[in-house]
Write a protein that binds this ligand. Sequence first.
Ligand SMILES: NC(=O)C1=CN([C@@H]2O[C@H](COP(=O)(O)OP(=O)(O)OC[C@H]3O[C@@H](n4cnc5c(N)ncnc54)[C@H](OP(=O)(O)O)[C@@H]3O)[C@@H](O)[C@H]2O)C=CC1
Ligand SMILES: Nc1nc(=O)c2c([nH]1)NC[C@@H]1CN(c3ccc(C(=O)N[C@@H](CCC(=O)O)C(=O)O)cc3)C=[N+]21
Length: 284
Amino acid sequence: MSSTARLMDGSALARRIVGQAAERAADLTRQTGRAPCLATVLVGEDPASVTYVRMKRARCEKAGIRSRHVELPAATTTAELVGTIAALSQDPDVHGILLQHPVGPHIDERAAFEAIAPEKDVDGVTFHSFAAMSFGLDGFASCTPGGILRLLDHYEVDLTGKHAVVVGRSAILGKPVGMLLLGRNATVTYCHSRTTDLASITREADVLIAAVGRPRFLHGEHIKPGAVVIDAGYNPGNVGDVDFESASARASLLTPVPGGVGPMTIAVLLTQTVDAAARQLGVA
Ligand SMILES: NC(=O)C1=CN([C@@H]2O[C@H](COP(=O)(O)OP(=O)(O)OC[C@H]3O[C@@H](n4cnc5c(N)ncnc54)[C@H](OP(=O)(O)O)[C@@H]3O)[C@@H](O)[C@H]2O)C=CC1
Ligand SMILES: Nc1nc(=O)c2c([nH]1)NC[C@@H]1CN(c3ccc(C(=O)N[C@@H](CCC(=O)O)C(=O)O)cc3)C=[N+]21
């Protein structure tokens, strides 16, 4: 007889976290006469990115966070984008800045991220934020990794001494989530496109994080029975990086897609925007 994994309900947890952020945003607005404000920057018209940004702005509005949207043409140069972001970094009416990734291949995305002032880096994408997070110091977490840790905490997954395997090493997801897990005393292994015999490694994982960007890439045979499996993937058609059916028969805890990591990402973004505003408005 095969068992079925318990689902980790990111939608429900995110709703609670967003509710708390909304209360704090309202308090802040009452106290200072100014609402927290997130600037969203979108380069080009990639349909998925357009949707994500719209979703993030809608959640902000519902939570009493203003957003200021900047749309730039796909042909924008690195210098123009850096200039736009540097101006937002200087603008006292803007408390947080989100540059939607990816920008076009002709743009130096790293240079653009680094134009975000550290105190406004609510998406946790700068060198400063990554280093602070890696050292366990104060700073803004990369949103998806931060959301994943909150989910693990909520479901009381003890990470100390556990073998955590992260499949993926991108700057906004794989690499930072591994650093957060390391900070919680997990033994961390990173896998990537050059990893040989992936399944033999993932099958050793007590906690498996899928951040690959390939639909249903990891399945039951990649999973150790009883493992905790986090599917951070979000592919076209709302499909994760984990094959839900076969994973569910092996894992003890599993995030669904949608309704798992995605909503948590936005909850962390809103929370960090309110944190940033509170500090900049002198209330925190
Ligand atoms: N829910 C959310 O809030 C978010 C979801 N996502 C989703 O997470 C997924 C990953 O996103 P992101 O990190 O930005 O993607 P990237 O494309 O930047 O990174 C993908 C990673 O997967 C690795 N990889 C690719 N193919 C293989 C393979 N065959 N075997 C092992 N590793 C492989 C790559 O390795 P290498 O480095 O060697 O190229 C790379 O490190 C996507 O589905 C994305 O949509 C992303 C951000 C937020
Ligand atoms: N600088 C940057 N920061 C990001 O955080 C970032 C980014 N760039 N680029 C793209 C990815 C993608 N991403 C998602 C966020 C929420 C959901 C989400 O809420 N999904 C819902 C479903 C929403 C729906 O489709 O209705 C869910 O999974 O339940 C998905 C994907 C953030 N990203």
